[in-house]
Ligand binder design. Structure first.
Ligand SMILES: Cc1cc2nc3c(=O)[nH]c(=O)nc-3n(C[C@H](O)[C@H](O)[C@H](O)COP(=O)(O)OP(=O)(O)OC[C@H]3O[C@@H](n4cnc5c(N)ncnc54)[C@H](O)[C@@H]3O)c2cc1C
Length: 196
């Protein structure tokens, strides 16, 4: 499988967020020489509509079998790029994102070292995506209720959050009252609030 994979690599500038500290053109050049890589591009905003279209068109026109995007945190845009893959007919789990913003440009002062780190992360992402396998999403019915064991502050907070999300919550406490350790303290550091 690894030898067959045709990987597309997309390096995002994120405006100057990444491009200001990383040689994005150099990273794309480096990526284009990695084993299995069919195409490597860099673009101002990969998450923008034209950026997404670039990936979609490459998947369809070049028959890409894997996609790597080097940009921001997956928390921000992993879903976006997985959807792009799906729309182009590629299984969304044959996609790998690597974070060269929070993990590189935002925490670097040396452009040369930042670029070297970005290259290493891209190389790792390419190696990884070539070994990924197709996954299918399944829908399963779930009970809309939850059991929280322990009524300390952690349990109380978890129960309240679940209840706010509309779940029926059962909070179980083995002692006669809730509050756990916190309820036994007079005042708490650092605010000196009354613990109870
Ligand atoms: C001496 C001391 C001073 C501290 N001072 C501070 C401070 O100044 N500021 C601060 O922020 N933090 C302070 N802490 C830390 C703080 O009290 C704890 O981080 C916090 O109480 C932990 O809450 P918790 O809900 O995770 O656990 P716990 O408070 O331990 O609550 C766990 C609950 O689960 C229940 N439970 C356990 N097993 C079961 C079971 N099988 N079935 C049902 N119920 C179960 C227990 O009875 C308990 O009520 C202090 C801790 C101590 C010990």
């Amino acid at each position: 499988m690894e030898q067959k994979s045709r990987v597309g690599v997309y390096i995002c500038h994120c405006g100057t967020n990444i491009a200001g500290f990383v040689d994005v053109e150099g990273v794309a050049d480096f990526a284009s020489g990695l084993e299995g890589v069919e195409i490597a591009r860099h673009y101002t905003y990969m998450c923008s509509d034209p950026g997404q279209a670039l990936i979609r068109e490459d998947i369809q026109n070049l028959g890409l079998q894997r996609v790597v995007v080097a940009s921001c945190s997956p928390l921000m845009h992993e879903t976006t790029f997985r959807e792009v893959c799906s729309e182009a007919g590629l299984n969304p789990f044959l996609f790998q994102m690597t974070n060269i913003r929070e993990h590189v440009s935002w925490v670097s002062v040396d452009r040369v070292k930042a670029t070297a780190k970005a290259k290493a992360l891209v190389a790792a992402a390419v190696r990884r995506v070539r070994l990924q396998e197709q996954l299918e999403m399944r829908r399963v019915s779930m009970k809309q209720s939850a059991l929280v064991v322990g009524g300390g502050i952690a349990g109380i907070e978890a129960a309240l959050r679940l209840a706010d999300a509309g779940k029926q919550v059962y909070l179980v406490e083995k002692e006669p009252s809730i509050g756990g350790h916190m309820a036994q303290l007079y005042k708490t550091f650092p605010t000196l609030d009354c613990a109870a």
